[in-house]
Design a protein around this ligand. Structure first.
Ligand code: ATP
Ligand code: FE2
Length: 331
């Protein structure tokens, strides 16, 4: 079965094509275009205009790369939410148009669940992981329990990526700021004390962001601040992930989201996994960040399990929670 997936929750418009029977995911193509605001944060309408201007070309390019004829596509999938309304509507509109013109079924999927399923679909041995999902807007620790992906922990304020991006933006770095912060952090020597906010399995970053900015005002080295931000936030993320693993008695951990590209975060979670005798999984960077292939794959899993969606019911849902999805495709 061949499925095309359209992703458009925030900065990224992506189109991916996957093939599979429902067990292993074969990614045939996966291309993205990222909206980069000239200054400040994301402007939802401008991001949506960006997505609208690229999506048709991305669909064509994706089919060419995959060497798939439009006639061979069996299903059209799109991210239903969570995300920014104008961006979600643009991706959904493109998906509806494609579904109607090809006369093929449509499926709206949960973006956060897609981050988890692409790991299970593409990584050997990844069967029942705890997912640490760290992106710009989202920071969640989720795992399967009693028919749903439950949220065991999450940020109480901003996402970890957002925390890094806001700090970086104020320092004049180009968006996305995570890679620059990672580069500077490698040259950090001195650990500066920062707030470490964990409540149960939830976590908060805004106090740390303020404290980091104050260190900058006081003239501390940027390298030391970046190093301390990474050490503190990633330690907190690793701690809550470990707590979720202990609580659920799962022995696999999976990373997802753009911040999972960070080598130090990978390294910390990997050490934790090793110490618990658990398995560590991280998809390649193109499958960690927002992308169309993961949306296609989840659509395919849902369709194969018997779920159907009519075009007239293919609404978006800006506040679509991970635990609102009945996971009928897993045993
Ligand atoms: P979502 O809708 O999932 O919240 P998003 O638009 O934030 O999506 P992603 O592509 O998953 O998209 O993640 C982007 C985030 O990842 C940005 O905040 C960026 O700074 C961060 N990031 C990217 N590379 C790195 C890195 N090497 N280290 C730390 N953070 C990184
Ligand atoms: Fe995402």
């Amino acid at each position: 079965m061949i499925c095309v997936g359209i992703e458009g929750t925030a900065h990224t418009i992506g189109v991916g094509i996957v093939d599979g029977t429902g067990k292993k995911c074969n990614v045939l193509s996966n291309i993205i275009k990222i909206y980069r605001p000239k200054q400040g944060g994301i402007h939802p309408r401008e991001a949506a205009n960006h997505h609208a201007s690229y999506v048709a070309d991305l669909i064509k390019e994706s089919a060419e790369k995959a060497q798939v004829d439009f006639a061979d596509i069996d299903l059209v999938s799109f991210s239903k939410g969570p995300g920014l309304g104008p961006c979600l509507r643009t991706a959904a509109t493109a998906a509806r148009a494609l579904s109607l013109s090809l006369d093929k079924p449509i499926m709206g999927v949960n973006h956060c669940v897609a981050h988890l399923e692409i790991g299970r679909g593409t990584l050997d041995g990844c069967k029942d992981p705890v997912l640490l999902y760290t992106s710009g807007a989202n920071t969640q620790i989720t795992a399967f329990a009693e028919g749903k992906y439950r949220v065991f922990g999450e940020t109480l304020d901003i996402g970890i990526g957002n925390c890094l991006d806001k700090f970086g933006r104020n320092m004049g770095f180009e968006f996305p700021c995570g890679p620059k912060i990672e580069e500077l952090a490698r040259k950090g020597k001195k650990y500066l004390e920062l707030p470490y906010s964990i409540k149960g399995m939830d976590i908060a970053f805004s106090g740390l962001l303020t404290a980091a900015e104050q260190y900058h005002k006081k003239g501390q080295r940027l390298e030391d601040i970046c190093y301390s931000m990474q050490e503190t936030t990633f330690a907190a993320l690793t701690e809550v992930t470990e707590r979720a693993m202990a609580h659920t008695e799962k022995n696999e951990v999976l990373l997802g989201g753009g911040v999972a590209s960070n080598k130090r975060l990978r390294n910390m979670v990997q050490i934790m996994a090793k110490e618990r005798d658990a398995h560590f999984f991280a998809p390649s960077k193109d499958l960690c960040i927002d992308n169309g292939a993961m949306i296609a794959w989840l659509g395919l899993l849902m369709y194969n399990s018997g779920i159907r969606m009519k075009v007239e019911d293919s609404f978006i849902d800006q506040r679509f929670r991970t635990d609102m999805v009945d996971v009928s495709w897993r045993d």
